[in-house]
Design a protein around this ligand. Structure first.
Ligand code: BES
Ligand code: MN
Ligand code: ZN
Length: 500
């Protein structure tokens, strides 16, 4: 983990050095402890606010250097707007903004988790702290040189001042390990493909054993025996062997059907023989973001001892144009028995999912399956980088995901599935083709294809995360290329609806 943050909680006391971060509302009002700490500096804030046209609107901030009356070298005042409007994701964002001030000043600091009405509630302060952690993340393990010869500090001490320290620590415990899960996912996505190939990815999942997850790795021999011809066809052009990893967390009732999470893990996607253009191909190291999310999620569920049975399955391959690579026109047999005519070898993700989804439903008979995949450029055309595309055969599950999407800020938008698209997948030679042939509705035909490999009418959701998983939107809680998208979303889905 690369966030180099020493986070602690304590009472409201003025820091002796570094930066002090405080919050005010849109009336420039502070909480009592904050006002007391600021003392005469409060007057400076009023004058500076006037000069800077700072009104305390949510998300805005004001900074003072060497404020008289304070020992801290800097004071950052962050506006929260109207206190009554603040929701969980707003506290996350405020924590992110606070950490942004700390990073910029490159010192230790204290954040006063107080609003005009008094100390933030334990849950609110814990959300704030999670935002601090998510913002602090940095992937710099391959940087050996630093700008201006300035080495970043080995670690930074951040104290979050709160009302009830014990209550906040308790509320933060689960949010802390969920943040760990996001960090795990981000690290995997940011890692280059020469380092993170299928076997190495599988090896890294073994770390989950420490939190009580059972990990099982299927090699090429095992997959051949299972008949996973669709997945194996994708990987056959690479010098690196394919793998499937099965992760299990049994925190629920014994024998109860698990929830299943499935991830596309294309460690690098050149497109294969249908090779991609050179521009931005380097981004395709992130084509395993679905798998990364599943690993991060399994960590979060196990580390917070979620009262649920869950399985995570990831299909790990490298899509390369080697001498043994699969060709357009090849016909492969999937584990389901259905045959597939390969049209464009760059539509590899759906082939990987076809076998892993089939296997997941048959082996585990799960309550539902959610798959995550950086599957199509078409979903980025449709939804941009804000929403992930959601396809489902189940209205209740879709509705629940929509709800937790709104709450976490990891947004999902439902897209259609309909047999009217099926004719686009008709093949002259096999049971089906795997692409629609035109670019029209490309994300839908992909989902329509995957649905054919959902066995036994298992409730299922497919999330096309091509727009949200990497090269991601920079927000107050994410300055990383790989966003770790989906870990918080799916953790909340489990917590809100399946741990009763
Ligand atoms: N991994 C890509 C999709 C992708 C593209 C993700 C850009 C993120 C950013 C996927 O394997 C792919 O190549 N899809 C093709 C499908 C087409 C050949 C039917 C696409 O979207 O162009
Ligand atoms: Mn591709
Ligand atoms: Zn791909």
């Amino acid at each position: 983990m690369t966030d180099r943050l020493k986070l602690s909680f304590g009472p409201f006391t003025a820091p002796a050095k570094g930066i002090l971060v405080v919050f005010c509302d849109d009336g420039l009002k502070f909480g009592g402890a904050t006002a007391k700490t600021l003392g005469s500096a409060a007057g400076l804030v009023v004058r500076a606010a006037k000069a800077e046209h700072f009104t305390g609107k949510n998300g805005t901030s004001l900074e003072l250097i060497m404020p008289e009356g304070l020992k801290a070298g800097r004071l950052a005042v962050i506006g929260v707007g109207k206190v009554a409007d603040l929701k969980s994701k707003d506290f996350l964002k405020l924590g992110g903004i606070a950490m942004g001030k700390l990073s910029a000043s490159a010192t230790d600091g204290a954040v006063f988790a107080e609003l005009p009405g008094g100390a933030m509630k334990a849950e609110q302060a814990a959300d704030l702290a999670q935002g601090v952690r998510l913002r602090a993340y940095k992937f710099d393990r391959y940087k050996t040189k630093h700008k201006d010869d300035e080495k970043p500090p080995a670690s930074r001490n951040v104290t979050i001042a709160v009302g009830d320290v014990a209550a906040v620590r308790k509320a933060f415990a689960s949010r802390d390990v969920i943040a760990d899960g996001v960090v795990i996912a981000r690290d995997l996505v940011n890692e280059p493909a020469n380092v993170l190939y299928p076997e190495e990815f599988a090896r890294r999942t073994l770390a989950l054993k420490k939190v009580g997850v059972a990990v099982e790795v299927l090699d090429v021999k095992a997959m051949t025996k299972l008949g996973m011809g669709a997945l194996l066809g994708v990987g056959q052009g690479s010098a690196r062997d394919s793998r499937v990893v099965v992760m299990r967390w049994d925190g629920g009732k014994k024998g109860e059907a698990p929830l299943a999470f499935i991830g596309k893990g294309v460690c690098f996607d050149t497109g294969g023989i249908s090779i991609k253009p050179a521009a931005s191909m380097e981004d395709m190291k992130g084509d395993m973001a679905g798998a990364a999310c599943v690993v991060g999620l399994m960590h979060a569920l196990a580390a917070r001892k979620a009262k649920v049975n869950a399985v995570g399955l990831i299909g790990l391959v490298e899509n390369m144009p080697g001498g043994n690579a699969q060709r357009p026109g090849d016909i492969v047999k999937s584990m389901s028995g259905q045959t597939i005519e390969i049209i464009n070898t760059d539509a590899e993700g759906r082939l990987v999912l076809a076998d892993v989804l089939w296997y997941a439903a048959k082996r585990f008979k799960p309550k539902f399956m959610v798959d995550l995949a950086t599957l199509t450029g078409a979903i980025i055309v449709a939804l941009g980088q804000e929403y992930a595309g959601m396809f489902s055969n189940d209205n209740e599950l879709s509705h629940r995901l929509h709800q937790v999407g709104e709450a976490t800020g990891e947004l999902v938008w439902r897209m259609p599935l309909n047999p009217v698209y099926d004719k686009m997948l008709d093949s002259k030679f096999a049971d089906m083709k795997h692409t629609g042939g035109t670019r029209w509705g490309g994300a839908i035909t992909a989902a329509q294809f995957i649905q054919r490999f959902v066995a036994d009418k298992t409730p299922w959701v497919h999330l096309d995360i091509a727009g949200t998983a990497f090269d991601s939107r920079q927000t107050d809680i994410n300055k990383s290329w790989g966003s770790g998208w989906g870990v918080r979303l799916l953790d909340k889905l489990v917590a809100d609806y399946y741990e009763k």
